[in-house]
Design a protein around this ligand. Structure first.
Ligand code: SAH
Length: 230
C-alpha cells in the first residue's frame, strides 16, 4: 500500500466519523439554522460522494476531517458540515435544476448532483473549472455542467433555476441571481464584507415572485470576486 492509497477501511471509518460529526453539528446549530437534522437524502449524498477525490492525493485521509481545506489558487474546499447544511437549505427534489456559483474543486457540485436532476456550476478561475469538470466526469457525474465565468451574471441560457447556491461571499445578494430563481425557488448564500464574518442567508421566492430572506449561521467563505463594479 503506498502513501497515496490509504486502505479502504481507514477511509470508510473516517467517513462514518464525519457523518456523526455533521449530525452533531446540525443539532448544535439548530438555533441558528432552524434545522436540528438534515434530510436522509442529504446525509446519504454526504456518505456517497468520495471527498478524498476532490483534494490533493497527499490529503486523502484529511479529506474526511470536518474542516475546510486549501485547494490551491488561494481557494478552499468547504467544510463538510457547511456543504451538508447548504444542500439541506435548498430542499431539493430529484427533478430540480440547480445553479451553483463557485465550483472550486467541484465537491459541493457532486453532492448536489446526487440530490437534483442537473447542476450548472460557474467558476471564475479557469484552471479550477477545467480540473473540476474533468474530475466530475471521471467520477461519473454526468449531470453537472461547469462553466468558466463570472457568477454575478448567473447562467441566463439555463434560467430559471429551482435552486441557487453561492459558495463565495458577495456583500449583498446579486439581483441577477434572484431574477434567475423561479417562483417557488430557494437560494443559500453567504453575505458579508470581505474578510469579515458573513451570514448564511436562505432566500425564497414565493409563487407570486415575492422574495424573503432568512438570516442564519455566521460563516467564513472566500469573497465573491466581481470582474466589474456592481
Ligand atoms: N463549492 C466549493 C467551494 C468553493 S470556494 C466546494 O465544493 O468546496 C469559492 C469559489 O468561488 C472559489 O473557487 C472562487 O474562485 C470562486 N469564485 C469567487 N468569485 C466568483 C465569481 N464571481 N464567480 C464564480 N466563481 C467565483
Amino acid at each position: 500500500m503506498s502513501f497515496f492509497t490509504p486502505d479502504k477501511e481507514k477511509l470508510s471509518k473516517a467517513r462514518d466519523r464525519l457523518l456523526e460529526e455533521i449530525a452533531a453539528n446540525a443539532r448544535e446549530t439548530k438555533n441558528w439554522t432552524g434545522r436540528a437534522r438534515f434530510s436522509d437524502a442529504v446525509m446519504a449524498a454526504m456518505a456517497h460522494v468520495p471527498r478524498h477525490e476532490f483534494v490533493d492525493p497527499k490529503d486523502t485521509v484529511a479529506a474526511y476531517v470536518n474542516r475546510p481545506q486549501s485547494i490551491g489558487h488561494g481557494q478552499t474546499i468547504s467544510q463538510p458540515y457547511i456543504v451538508a447544511l447548504m444542500s439541506d437549505l435548498l430542499d431539493l427534489e430529484p427533478t430540480d435544476r440547480v445553479l451553483e456559483i463557485g465550483t472550486g474543486c467541484g465537491y459541493q457540485a457532486a453532492v448536489l448532483a446526487e440530490l437534483a436532476a442537473r447542476v450548472y456550476s460557474i467558476e471564475t478561475v479557469k484552471p479550477l473549472a477545467d480540473q473540476a469538470r474533468r474530475r466530475l466526469k471521471s467520477l461519473g457525474y454526468d449531470n453537472v455542467e461547469v462553466s468558466t465565468g463570472d457568477g454575478f451574471d448567473g447562467w441566463l441560457d439555463q434560467a430559471p433555476f429551482d435552486a441557487v447556491i453561492v459558495t463565495a461571499a458577495p456583500e449583498r445578494i446579486p439581483q441577477t441571481l434572484i431574477q434567475q430563481l423561479r417562483p417557488g425557488g430557494r437560494m443559500a448564500i453567504p453575505i458579508g464584507r470581505v474578510h469579515e464574518t458573513q451570514t448564511l442567508v436562505r432566500v425564497t421566492k414565493d409563487a407570486e415572485g415575492n422574495v424573503s430572506e432568512q438570516a442564519g449561521l455566521p460563516v467564513a467563505f472566500v469573497p465573491m470576486v466581481a470582474k466589474k463594479f456592481r
